[in-house]
Design a binder for this molecule. Structure first.
Ligand code: CO8
Length: 257
């Protein structure tokens, strides 16, 4: 049986995960989410992995949760849904996560993509939360993350009509940072991830945490968190190395200490 999740690397500090259920447009079934959780455990504990890229195929990043699997679950099945813990695992991932989207990025696929730190997409990408067409609603963060990413009016339109938006619209709305030709999407995501992987990993981790946490805090609390994180970095060798390298006009060699 072909592997449903492909893992490559790390190369230059970057690991690439490719969703691989082409027969179902990479629909996220429990097995695929479980495989993703396992790969996140591996990436997180591997010191050589400093950033992660997740992508799908040129036709689909992921067309949502697996509808066939979902149809077999009643209310008790949903309450005991093992997928919930896998979604939570993705939320806890501490390293930079770049999402490279081509084609359909719908429902749970869009909810997975929005867990990324940086999203880039091919010109053929379509982002949507079509759950309403199935008589359900987004259940893995869609109503919450979409509104934070694109604002209430567009989020509401997408969630209530189920209609997808183009890559161009997603760019204008701030959901993604860049658009490229579909065949170049992974290459571009890897280049962004490689740049991040070349920085001091402790500074990257704390800067990322500060941005992410700050989004859910009031400004004063966010500024306090930033100040503490900034201060902690004063104890690192990487800070000494970064400042010395600048003053000696050479490239820094960060060690992660
Ligand atoms: N689940 C299972 N199979 C799927 C899915 C899916 N989400 N999407 C596509 N497929 C399958 C199709 O059934 C088809 O299989 P087959 O060839 O055996 O019939 C194959 O993939 C190819 O799909 P199509 O023939 O439909 O391809 P088209 O190009 O005609 O259409 C679309 C592509 C528009 C993407 C269409 O497939 C579609 O509408 N898919 C469903 C999209 C959708 O509604 N997604 C939301 C799902 S619900 C959800 O994500 C809720 C998440 C909540 C998580 C909560 C966790 C706790």
């Amino acid at each position: 049986m072909p592997q449903i999740l492909l893992s490559e690397g790390p190369n230059n500090g970057v690991r690439l995960l490719t969703l691989n259920r082409p027969e179902a447009l990479n629909a996220l079934n429990t097995a695929l989410l479980e495989a993703l959780s396992e790969q996140l455990d591996i990436a997180e504990t591997d010191p050589e992995t400093r950033a992660l890229v997740i992508t799908g195929s040129e036709r689909a990043f992921a067309a949502g949760a697996d509808i066939n699997e979902m149809a077999s679950r009643d209310v008790v099945g949903m309450l005991e849904d093992p997928r919930v813990q896998h979604w939570a695992r993705i939320d806890r991932f501490v390293k930079p996560l770049i999402i490279a989207v081509n084609g359909f990025c719908l429902g749970g696929g869009c909810e997975l993509a929005m867990r990324g730190d940086i999203l880039i997409a091919g010109t053929n990408a379509q982002f949507g939360q079509p759950e309403i067409n199935l008589g359900i609603m987004p259940g893995a963060g869609g109503t919450q993350r979409l509104v934070r990413a694109v604002g209430q009016s567009l989020a509401m339109q997408m969630v209530l009509t189920g209609e997808a938006i183009s890559a161009q619209r997603a760019l204008a709305a701030g959901l993604i940072t860049e658009i490229c030709q579909p065949e170049l999407t992974i290459e571009r995501a890897m280049a962004i991830a490689t740049t991040i992987a070349s920085k001091g990993p402790l500074a990257v981790q704390l800067a990322r945490e500060s941005v992410r946490r700050g989004a859910d805090m009031d400004l004063a609390a966010g500024l306090r968190f930033e100040r503490h994180a900034f201060t902690i970095l004063a104890a690192t060798e990487d800070r000494r190395e970064g400042l010395n390298a600048f003053r000696n006009k050479r490239k820094p060699q960060f060690s992660g200490r």
